[in-house]
Structures are given as C-alpha cells and as structure tokens.
Design a protein around this ligand. Sequence first.
Ligand SMILES: NC(=O)c1ccc[n+]([C@@H]2O[C@H](COP(=O)([O-])OP(=O)(O)OC[C@H]3O[C@@H](n4cnc5c(N)ncnc54)[C@H](O)[C@@H]3O)[C@@H](O)[C@H]2O)c1
Length: 245
Amino acid sequence: MQNVSFDFTGQTVAITGGARGIGLELGRFFIRAGAEVYLMDFDADEVGKAAAEIGAHAVHADVSSTADIEQAVEQITSETGRIDIIVNNAGILRDKVLWKLTDDDWERVLAIHAGGTFRLTRACVPHFRSQGFGRVINVTSYTGLHGNTGQANYATAKAGIIGFTKTAAKELARFGVTVNAISPNAETRMVASIPDGKKAELAAAIPLGRFGDAAEMCSAVGFLASREAGYITGVVLPVDGGISI
Ligand SMILES: NC(=O)c1ccc[n+]([C@@H]2O[C@H](COP(=O)([O-])OP(=O)(O)OC[C@H]3O[C@@H](n4cnc5c(N)ncnc54)[C@H](O)[C@@H]3O)[C@@H](O)[C@H]2O)c1
C-alpha cells in the first residue's frame, strides 16, 4: 500500500502496541518517512522481531505499568534527545456480555486502553513542553462512539479515550501540542479474533464493503502528526470505510 508522502526526518516517534497490526504498519510508515521509531509492546519476542524487520527500536513495555512507561520515555529521550509524536495504540479485547465480565476483564481493558493512553501522554508532557511541540494520536473505536454487544469494558475504555483526547487537547494546546484520535477499522489479529458470524455482520455494515488494511490507517495518522495539521486538535477522525456514518 503506497501512502501519501510525508517527511518526519529528525523526529522521534513512539508507538505502543507496535509488535503487530496497526502499530507495526504505523512503524513502517514513519520509518519510510524518515523518523526515528520506537515500537513499544509487552510482547517482548514479537516487538524485537518487528523492530528488527523494519529498522525501528524495540522497547519492551507494558502500557498498564507507570514504571515501564517512564523507563521507556527516559530511554527514548536519552537516546534521541526528544520525543515528538506518540501513538497510543496498544490494546486488548476481553469480550463478554456485561453480566459475564469479571472485575479483571473490566480493569485490564481499562488499564491498557485508557490507562496506557494517559500514562504515556503524561510521561511525555515535560518533553513536549521543553520542545514547544508534540503530537499525540490516540486510537479509539467505533465501539467507543456507538457501543457494541459484548464490549462494555472496551466501549467504556474507548469512549474514555475520546474524553481524554478532548481534555488533553485543551490542556496541552498552550505547549504547542495537538491531541487527536483515529477510529480505525482494519483487518488485524484483533478482527480475526471476532467470531465469523459477527465478523460477516460487521463487514456487511461497512459502506465501503470491506474491512480496511492496517496500512490504510497510516496516512490519517501521518496527517494528524504533521506540522501542517497544527491547527487541528481534539478531533476523532474515523478511518473506517464509513461504518460510523
Ligand atoms: N483492528 C481494528 O479494526 C480496530 C478497530 C477499532 C480500534 N482498534 C484499535 O486499534 C489498536 C490496535 O489494534 P490492532 O487491530 O492492531 O490489534 P493487535 O491485537 O493486532 O495489536 C495490538 C498490540 O498491542 C499490544 N498490547 C496489548 N496490550 C499491551 C500492553 N499492556 N502494553 C503494551 N502493548 C500491548 C499487543 O501485544 C499487540 O502487539 C487497538 O487499540 C484497538 O483497540 C482496532
């Protein structure tokens, strides 16, 4: 998949959940656009392999751990002197109807999606402030906008990310930082884990008639991360074949 050309030469990008799926495609995209890329993931083996394959740096970090996140930001900023763009993309599913959800299903999903987004953004604020520049791109979901049976935990986390995006956009604007979100729809491992019947139902509801490819998420993220998008903040951009219309 060929993307619109962007130039991120001299910029440092950190992508959570970078071992596979959308995160890994974003890593490829930012490498091609000249950035120094750090793929962060709690899957140490896969993130090591993915980073070696695309020419990025691998950081073994669990976004639900403040210590891991702070250590990762310390490593990235001491190696490159900066952190310009973060993509809060790491995520898991623990789908069940709400009366079957355990406390752990609830807490883990919130701690990773919403908590991880908060933790990495918070850890980067001192660097964004001293640079007078930063780009935060969060990854929400159609489910956070509209709800979805079996995903009360995920919907809550993804809706929370939208509230966080808008609040952080207001708080960080004074430091030259924009905070936006994408709502993707891409055929990844996460989609493969959806039962076939449900998946066919979802595909049929997409106006463009198919799931997207992870690489099709990149131009939207690249645009929001670019200096040219500096007057856009607090938006949620669906990149979803029209499913959220
Ligand atoms: N694929 C879609 O259609 C779709 C739709 C809406 C939203 N999303 C969101 O996009 C993001 C990426 O999804 P994907 O489809 O590429 O999924 P994926 O399962 O292919 O990749 C997710 C990555 O996150 C990592 N991860 C999970 N928990 C982590 C943690 N605690 N710390 C660090 N890394 C962790 C996993 O190891 C994995 O590499 C997720 O936030 C997901 O909710 C995806």
